[in-house]
Ligand binder design. Structure first.
Ligand SMILES: C[S@@+](CC[C@H](N)C(=O)[O-])C[C@H]1O[C@@H](n2cnc3c(N)ncnc32)[C@H](O)[C@@H]1O
Length: 247
């Protein structure tokens, strides 16, 4: 499954970057995301690892806050995009191609490990969380931002299906592009742990069983992140949340 996931993200890197890069290039989105991470990490300058960095969105906005950031991603095409964004913003990120479940870093290397929209896609979330905990210094914080993307597989409630149908003409008119359907292969989607468990409750259980303390959950991030128009275009994809805990 991991090879299929890597192929999926390699194939989507350019178009994914185009769709999400406004987070680092637009003031409104960048500042909103920065406030969300400040809420979890505070303002002290930290050595941070962004796992599954993709085109380096979170890595760049944390670097902008003065942190020393390393990004790792399994997809070489995503790392290339992350390098382009980091160069364009004159940030000096360390970017490494590697597997988030077998990180090429010593134990206890980072003050914080963060990731956005990554955990849902990993076949063995406990293994990944344990690996992220390994590279944290004692007292370091793990911050996971994710969404309820494929909950219930293809059996979305009617309200979500209607929103999804409405989103197509809205995206065509406001963004002058034809939205593509990126649903994963049915087998992968239905077998992913994240399609079948209630989140973030399931995440909190995993954090607890791995020994994380001071677990904090911030729900309903869509309200903070999406304008009304964004909600009509993307609200059908799922609700975003943040969960964090201390090693
Ligand atoms: C939805 S994208 C999120 C990218 C980025 N974190 C963001 O916030 O835009 C998921 C990313 O996770 C990466 N990924 C998936 N499995 C991975 C693994 N085992 N190790 C490292 N990265 C992985 C993908 O290559 C992709 O870049």
């Amino acid at each position: 499954m991991k090879d299929e996931i890597k192929t999926h993200w390699n194939g989507r890197a350019a178009e994914y970057d185009k769709n999400v890069r406004q987070v680092i290039y637009s003031d409104r989105e960048r500042v909103t995301w920065q406030k969300i991470f400040i809420q979890a990490l505070g303002r002290e300058k930290l050595k941070i690892l962004d796992v599954g960095t993709g085109p380096g969105i979170v890595a760049n906005l944390l670097s902008d806050l003065g942190h020393d950031v390393t990004g790792v991603d399994v997809s070489e095409s995503m790392i290339k995009k992350a390098m382009e964004n980091s160069d364009a913003l004159h940030h000096s990120l360390e970017l490494v191609q590697g597997d988030g479940e077998r990180l090429p870093f010593e134990s206890g290397s980072f003050d914080a490990v963060v990731n956005r929209y990554v955990l849902w896609t990993l076949p063995d979330p406990m293994k990944a969380l344990a690996e992220w905990r390994r590279v944290l210094k004692p007292g370091g914080r793990l911050v996971v931002v994710d969404g309820t993307w494929y909950r219930h597989g293809k059996d979305k409630p009617l309200s979500k299906k209607l929103l999804q149908n409405l989103s197509v003409p809205l995206i065509m008119i406001t963004e002058r592009r034809m939205p593509k359907c990126h649903d994963l292969d049915d087998d992968i989607m239905n077998n992913l742990w994240s399609s079948n468990l209630k989140r973030p409750e399931a995440d909190a259980d995993m954090f607890k069983s791995l020994g994380f303390s001071q677990i904090q959950i911030v729900n309903a991030l869509n309200k903070r992140l999406l304008t009304n128009l964004d909600y009509l275009k993307n609200g059908h994809c799922g609700e975003r949340f943040m969960i964090s805990g201390v090693k």
